[in-house]
Design a protein around this ligand. Structure first.
Ligand SMILES: NC(=O)c1ccc[n+]([C@@H]2O[C@H](COP(=O)([O-])OP(=O)(O)OC[C@H]3O[C@@H](n4cnc5c(N)ncnc54)[C@H](O)[C@@H]3O)[C@@H](O)[C@H]2O)c1
Length: 256
């Protein structure tokens, strides 16, 4: 056996949320491994920064921003632009999300709907519009779930986020079933606590950090690239026998 084929040479990979921590890490890593990356984010400044970093790493990223993927028209335009630019879509990595957190007795309806729009709808829209391209040559869908889709937590009051990530786990399994006959693989990644601008302030507070990390076997936050590395493997042909599964990248939190 030779080296595992962890390369994405010539593959057209759509990554959502390339302005953020994990999306940025994935854009750079995937481009370094030969992918043509088409990114997008609602935050133009952050997304442009990622395009620069990918170029500095010697890769190619075509970045669109601002794109609000919670709006089906904008999601469709982004997907269609990518397909007409490169003629194919091999991988869709649904990474972008935004959520509102509040205790169950206080969360209001608008916050619930915001979270569903920005954590579930956008995954459905992007995948739905990319599907006709993915089934042409048997592509890959990678969805970002969370440990929050697997278990409750004391770390934050987050019923809408937990419900949304549970939906992502279920959606992924059904996509795998419906995609199998076309050679489409669908998988999800469930990160634990990953360092990001949103989590950093809490991680710097010892009490909050202790609650967030809980009983995790590796007592630190993960880095965005540690999630991107899993996504790279799943996107590559090295994962050709894998579909319908979820992959925890959580420092062993769900093992305890
Ligand atoms: N950071 C963690 O601890 C953690 C843990 C578990 C799961 N996750 C999941 O990992 C993924 C990436 O998280 P991250 O830590 O990199 O967060 P992040 O906030 O750094 O990145 C998310 C990006 O998505 C973009 N985005 C949000 N809504 C959008 C929309 N409607 N249209 C287009 N872009 C939009 C944001 O602007 C942001 O750049 C998310 O799905 C998140 O739920 C994160």
């Amino acid at each position: 056996m030779g080296k595992p084929p962890f390369n994405l040479d010539g593959k057209v990979v759509l990554i959502t949320g390339t302005g953020g921590g994990q999306g940025r890490a994935a854009a750079v890593l995937f481009a370094e491994h030969g992918a043509v990356v088409v990114g997008c984010d609602i935050n133009a400044e952050q997304n442009n920064e990622t395009s620069k970093l990918v170029a500095e790493a010697g890769g190619t990223m075509h970045g669109y921003a601002p794109v609000d993927l919670g709006d089906p028209e904008q999601a469709e335009t982004w997907v269609e632009d990518a397909a007409s630019l490169y003629g194919r879509i091999d991988v869709v990595y649904n990474n972008a999300s935004a959520a509102k957190f509040a205790p169950f007795g206080e969360i209001d309806i608008d916050d619930w709907r915001f979270t569903m729009r920005n954590e579930v709808d956008l995954v459905f829209f992007v995948t739905r519009f990319a599907w006709k391209y993915l089934i042409k040559q048997g592509g890959v869908v990678i969805n970002t779930a969370s440990v929050s889709g697997h278990a409750g937590t004391h770390a934050a009051p987050q019923v809408s986020h937990s419900a949304a990530k549970g939906a992502i786990l279920a959606m992924t399994k059904q996509l795998a079933v419906e995609g199998a006959k076309y050679g489409v693989r669908a998988v999800s990644i469930s990160p634990g606590v990953i360092e990001s601008p949103a989590t950093k302030p809490f991680l710097e507070d010892p009490t909050a950090r202790g609650v967030m990390l809980g009983d995790a076997l590796i007592q630190r936050a993960g880095q965005p690239v540690e999630v991107a590395q899993m996504a790279l493997f799943l996107a590559s042909d090295a994962a050709s026998y894998i579909t319908g599964s979820d992959f925890l990248v959580d420092g062993g939190r769900m093992a305890t």
